[in-house]
Design a binder for this molecule. Structure first.
Ligand SMILES: O=C(O)CCC(=O)C(=O)O
Length: 194
């Protein structure tokens, strides 16, 4: 089975999948050095901090060439095509920083209740490693199919790893108990046809 088939299967069954160390080292190093303001949209409200102050989101400009590798990655596009089985387009791209000391995020879906599995996809690029104590994302496997299968699973991996998930799966970041912020760039794909 190809890597894309395996990842697509994992998303269909569990709601999420991880491709470890997917981003080239030079691309990752460059992205980690660019100030977020240089990639940020100038739109009003592009920067948002959660009500508890635990995380900050900044809407990014997908046209920025430094960001292309993140939403034009061939494996990401292939897996998305297999899961959605319909033409799709990038709906949003944003950075998310989970601050040192932040509490656990409430488990949630990134879509309306009743959307169902296989309709909307999202991805998270790890700019820092996600590990057991720095706010890695947790997922409830099977919850996108209304069939939760076991305890939460932590999506951990080295910096440059890629998480792809069904936006109907329950997920959220865990507490960041480390002394450093945990950075990522995240996006979502929506079908282009109704
Ligand atoms: O950054 C994370 O770990 C989770 C992000 C999240 O919950 C979301 O994008 O909806």
């Amino acid at each position: 089975m190809s890597e894309a088939d395996q990842l697509a299967d994992d998303i269909i069954v569990n709601g999420f999948a991880i491709a470890e160390s997917r981003l080239g080292v030079s691309v990752l190093d460059r992205l980690r050095c660019i100030p977020t303001e240089q990639l940020a949209s100038s739109a009003v409200g592009a920067t948002r901090t959660s009500s508890d102050g635990g995380n900050a989101r900044v809407r990014l400009m997908p046209d920025c060439p430094d960001l292309w590798p993140l939403h034009q990655d061939q494996l990401l596009l292939t897996v998305t095509a297999r899961v959605l089985r319909n033409p799709f387009a990038l709906k949003y791209l944003q950075s998310r920083t989970v601050h040192s000391g932040s509490a656990c995020q409430t488990l949630h879906m990134d879509c309306d209740v009743g959307t169902g599995a296989g309709k909307l996809l999202a991805f998270i690029w790890m700019l820092d490693s996600f590990d057991t104590n720095n706010g890695a994302t947790q997922f409830i496997p099977g919850s996108h199919r209304s069939s939760p299968a076991g305890p939460p699973m932590l999506a951990i991996g080295p910096a440059g790893s890629l998480i792809i998930y069904d936006r109907a799966v329950l997920h959220g970041y865990t507490p960041n108990q480390s002394n450093a912020d945990r950075r990522s760039i995240q996006g979502g794909f929506d079908p282009t046809a109704p």
